[in-house]
Write a protein that binds this ligand. Structure first.
Ligand code: AMP
Ligand code: ZN
Length: 114
């Protein structure tokens, strides 16, 4: 998608600090971290939000979760614990309209987002 920030990050047109990449997924550090570890995990293919996930394309979610678990191990937060957040649309606070999952950890997280 042309005017999408995360598509631009996927294409390398906007810089990011990558922590994981495969054919279908990119993970990079959140520019405004809410925890010592705050990573965004995105499908390279553009989906506006999780409502676009269907029986046909849901395999990407499985792959994202497996990538998140791998990243959590690499980041050293797998044992103590971590939080995965997906904000879907405006009332949930989604600001970037490209499906993404926040991986948060590295401290005792509160009962809000982090
Ligand atoms: P959300 O509010 O769920 O849509 O999350 C969007 C996230 O993207 C926020 O946590 C922002 O800090 C983060 N963000 C915005 N621009 C960038 C960027 N250029 N690189 C990395 N993270 C970004
Ligand atoms: Zn996009």
């Amino acid at each position: 998608m042309e005017d999408c920030l995360f598509c631009k990050i996927v294409k390398g047109e906007v810089p990011s600090t990558k922590v994981y990449e495969d054919d279908e997924i990119l993970a990079f550090k959140d520019v405004n971290p809410m925890a010592p570890v705050h990573i965004l995990v995105v499908p390279k293919k553009h989906y506006n939000d999780i409502t676009e996930i269907t029986e046909e394309n849901a395999d990407i979610i499985k792959k994202i979760i497996l990538a998140i678990n791998k990243i959590a191990k690499e980041q050293g937060i797998a044992d103590k614990g971590y939080r995965i957040i997906n904000n879907c649309k405006e009332e949930a606070g989604q600001t970037v309209k490209h499906l993404h999952f926040h991986l948060l950890g590295g401290k005792k997280l509160g009962d809000k987002m982090c």
